[in-house]
Design a binder for this molecule. Structure first.
Ligand code: AMP
Ligand code: GLY
Length: 432
């Protein structure tokens, strides 16, 4: 069979790699892909981004099903277009993708359906927004309403910093339409976890748990990024918490969408803040929804899949997800992102990737911001590579990942040296 993966980041490289392992697969096309997918014999990049051209390509090549990686094509209605053409695709419709594409939509949805989340207010007027911030005090969180490629959230530790975020988002228009409205919300404390499920409109299949590291620097310091590394499983999600998340967040979300007249299909990612205390009573709040898998969470999650992923997606696009299961490798998967010089502010492009370790099933370098330029692999984005390994414990996974990084080089490379630290004390937990 021929498959299509839409996107060009590390998440899409991992999805395409996972799908291509199936003996049933002839080619996985990746649109547009990156340098890593260009180098892989079973993957083929196609330089198409227009939705109608993607539909025409899928029809012409008789693509069995398409998987959408990033949020932008989902918010632009790629799933609606494929379904209208009678093509199989895994992802939420444009209406369902509003859970991610509008923070205001997501927050009012959460409140309307009694799903726990931080208190908030939405503003379009900078003066009113600033007055509200002054009244609430710091710390406080300011979020651009629309998609802002990971740049739309400011966790402000002072009122002045929050006011500055308002000036930037509502004042100078630097985020364009995405920043025309802001959500201001209570600052939550606790441990963050990513809980990702697959939905087919009726049933839900939870994926292995994971956690990412959003801050640029060690000890979770420095600016927020798209994610500097991730691992799976996340020991914080005990079986008891897993049940609570399904009961208190995931099922009410799918049911709430249905009540609002929207059938949810595709990945649903709940970013959660988990308070301290015993699992039965610790607070559990939704920080955000994404209508896709996380990047870099996907890379370690996909490394742990032992069975044929094509069968899981095939059942999902046929509305038979209740018949699907995923056989998870019990080992820990851990991925460390190597980012370009000056990421996240203004990453430098064009550095030559001069060394890479050999890819194996236990150590994969998933590419993101890379391009094959006349046979030479160069950096072409902020997050460049995600070195992802499988090992028997978090500690061994860390050792293996950093050993592989020592075999990798491009000028200006930056990476964290502590990915997985939160999972260390309780490594070997029973969570999946
Ligand atoms: P979001 O795009 O909403 O996930 O926000 C990006 C990151 O900002 C999250 O992963 C958190 O680290 C942080 N964040 C978002 N909302 C809050 C909140 N209400 N309280 C504390 N931190 C937050
Ligand atoms: N790693 C967080 C995200 O993909 O949104």
């Amino acid at each position: 069979m021929k498959l299509l993966v839409i996107g060009g980041g590390g998440r899409e490289h991992a999805l395409a790699w996972g799908l291509a392992k199936s003996a049933r697969v002839q080619t996985v096309y990746v649109a547009p892909g990156n340098g890593g997918t260009a180098l892989s014999p079973q993957l083929q990049n196609i330089a198409i981004s227009d939705i109608n051209e993607l539909v025409a390509f899928a029809q012409k090549e008789k693509i069995a099903f398409t998987v959408v990686g990033p949020e932008a094509p989902l918010a632009a209605g790629v799933v609606d277009a494929f379904l209208a053409a009678g093509l199989k695709i895994f992802g939420p419709t444009q209406a369902a993708a509003q859970l991610e594409s509008s923070k205001d939509y997501a927050k009012s949805f959460l409140v309307r359906h009694h799903i726990p989340t931080a208190d908030y207010q939405t503003f379009t007027d900078p003066a009113l927004a600033k007055a509200y911030i002054t009244k609430q005090g710091a710390p406080i969180v300011v979020k651009a309403d629309g998609l802002a490629a990971g740049k739309g959230v400011v966790v402000a530790t002072t009122v002045a910093e929050a006011h500055e975020a308002i000036d930037q988002m509502l004042g100078d228009g630097s985020l364009g339409a995405a920043g025309a409205r802001v959500v201001i919300e209570e600052c939550l404390v606790g441990e963050e976890a990513s809980f990702i499920v697959m939905c087919d409109g009726r049933s839900v299949l939870p994926l292995a748990t994971s956690q990412d590291h959003k801050r640029l620097k060690d000890n979770d310091e420095g600016p927020n990024t798209g994610g500097m590394g991730a691992y799976s499983p996340a020991p914080v999600i005990s079986p008891a918490l897993h049940n609570r998340i399904m009961r208190e967040v995931i099922h009410p979300t799918i049911a709430g969408m249905a009540k609002d007249g929207i059938v949810y299909t595709g990945f649903l990612y709940a970013g959660l803040m988990i308070g301290s205390g015993p699992d039965a009573t610790r607070t559990l709040k939704v920080l955000e929804f994404n209508c896709r898998m996380g990047d870099p969470e996907t890379q370690p999650i996909i490394m742990r899949v032992k069975n044929d992923l094509t069968q899981v997606f095939e059942l999902a696009v046929d509305g038979r997800l209740d018949e699907a299961s995923i056989d998870w490798d019990r080992r820990t998967a851990l991925g460390v992102v190597m980012a370009a010089h000056n990421y996240p502010a203004t990453p430098r492009n064009g550095d030559i990737i001069s060394r890479l370790p050999k890819d194996t099933d236990e150590c994969m370098v998933f590419h993101a911001g890379t391009v094959l330029d006349n046979g030479i692999l160069k950096t072409s984005g902020g997050r460049v590579l995600c070195v992802t390994v499988l090992a028997d414990s978090v500690k061994r996974a860390q050792a293996a990942a950093y050993a592989a990084i020592a075999l990798t080089h491009f000028d200006g490379q930056q990476y964290r040296s502590d990915i997985g630290w939160r999972a260390l004390p309780s490594a070997g937990s029973s969570s999946t």
